[in-house]
Unconditional design. Structure first.
Length: 345
């Protein structure tokens, strides 16, 4: 079962706090200067260790702990939680420098039910106004409504919002600290048994990672994919000399890496987890090409330029390119496509 925590401090979170978090988990996702998500799933941590970590924040800290991101964040930032639900829905642990609100297992939906719509931070003001006009006052009103009704009222987001209101939240915490790399990790309660499911998950991961790269105005120059295949854990990676932040490009690369890993095994093992690492992140910069000056290319420069172009094509179309015979003469190369072209003497 997942253990997601959201840490909200009265003062900006420092690098000392984030470095202390990395000692517990690599999945540290800063949201703003005062808030951050930590995925503590599988970590052996007690309340005393949480207190010591909270002391690194150098301010009053409010911590929400739940199985999903939404419930953890609402528990941390919402003041005046209904006391009537506390004995059966969550536990409250307080000390001088902070407070921990721990939502009990399988109690996310009851915990959210009595909270007003304004606590559901993913709703836009226009959506809250529309729901109020329809007679909705709390999150539980959305949970009891059929999903298609929320889709009709709120558009495509309605299905996602409906699941969150019911306590169904599988959104992963990404590792965005340190800023030089991104980490995306998923562990499946029921192993994947077909390639179509893996492809859909990789597409969803590419969408979220590309959005983060665009938000930070970064490009990644190395992508690594690690799959947990039954008893085995295998990894493949690809270097991107030019770097990229395009969603479609990330999809192609991740699909190619997954095929590379799966091709190493004769048996089709079920996938129980995956980890994606975007490394060597650099700021995106633009330069204007000079289209009018001519500079001759020496033979020493020609091969590295050709190799660079072939690497970029391979990254763009993984698994579709093969190298042929190296031919120097232009007419011989053109004769490969035009059989009627006569070779020059």
């Amino acid at each position: 079962m997942r253990r997601i925590t959201f840490w909200y401090s009265s003062k900006p979170l420092s690098d000392d706090f984030y470095n202390a978090c990395l000692d517990l988990t690599p999945l540290v996702e800063p949201i703003n200067i005062q808030g951050a998500y930590l995925d503590l799933t599988g970590c052996r941590i007690n309340r005393e260790q949480i207190r010591r970590l909270g002391s690194c924040a150098k301010g009053y800290i409010r911590i929400g702990m739940a199985a999903g991101r939404l419930a953890a964040r609402i528990a941390a930032v919402t003041t005046g939680l209904p006391s009537s639900t506390r004995p059966k829905d969550y536990r409250l642990h307080s000390w001088a420098e902070g407070k921990l609100i721990e939502i009990l297992p399988q109690r996310e939906a009851p915990f959210l039910a009595s909270l007003p719509l304004e606590c559901f931070y993913l709703l836009k003001p226009a959506q809250i106004k529309k729901l109020h006009r329809a007679g909705f006052s709390c999150i539980g009103d959305m949970a009891v409504l059929p999903s298609y009704e929320l889709v009709r009222m709120l558009g495509e987001e309605g299905l996602y919002i409906s699941n969150l209101a019911r306590g169904i939240d599988h959104t992963p915490v990404m590792g965005l600290y340190p800023p030089s790399r991104m980490l995306y990790q998923l562990n499946f309660e029921s192993a994947l048994d077909n390639k179509l499911s893996l492809q859909q998950i990789l597409h969803q991961a590419a969408t979220q990672l590309a959005a983060q790269l665009r938000h930070k105005n970064f490009v990644c120059q190395q992508i690594s994919l690690e799959l947990q295949l039954g008893p085995y854990k295998d990894q493949a990676q690809r270097s991107l000399q030019a770097g990229s932040q395009e969603e479609q490009f990330l999809r192609h690369v991740l699909e190619g890496l997954s095929k590379t890993i799966m091709a190493r095994y004769d048996t089709d093992y079920q996938i129980s987890g995956l980890t994606i690492i975007l490394d060597q992140l650099t700021p995106l910069s633009w330069c204007q090409p000079d289209l009018f000056s001519y500079r001759s290319i020496s033979s020493a420069e020609e091969k590295p330029r050709l190799d660079h172009a072939l690497v970029r094509l391979e990254n763009r179309f993984p698994g579709f390119l093969t190298r042929g015979i190296a031919i120097d003469r232009r007419e011989q190369v053109l004769a490969l496509w035009d059989p009627w072209r006569a070779e020059s003497p």
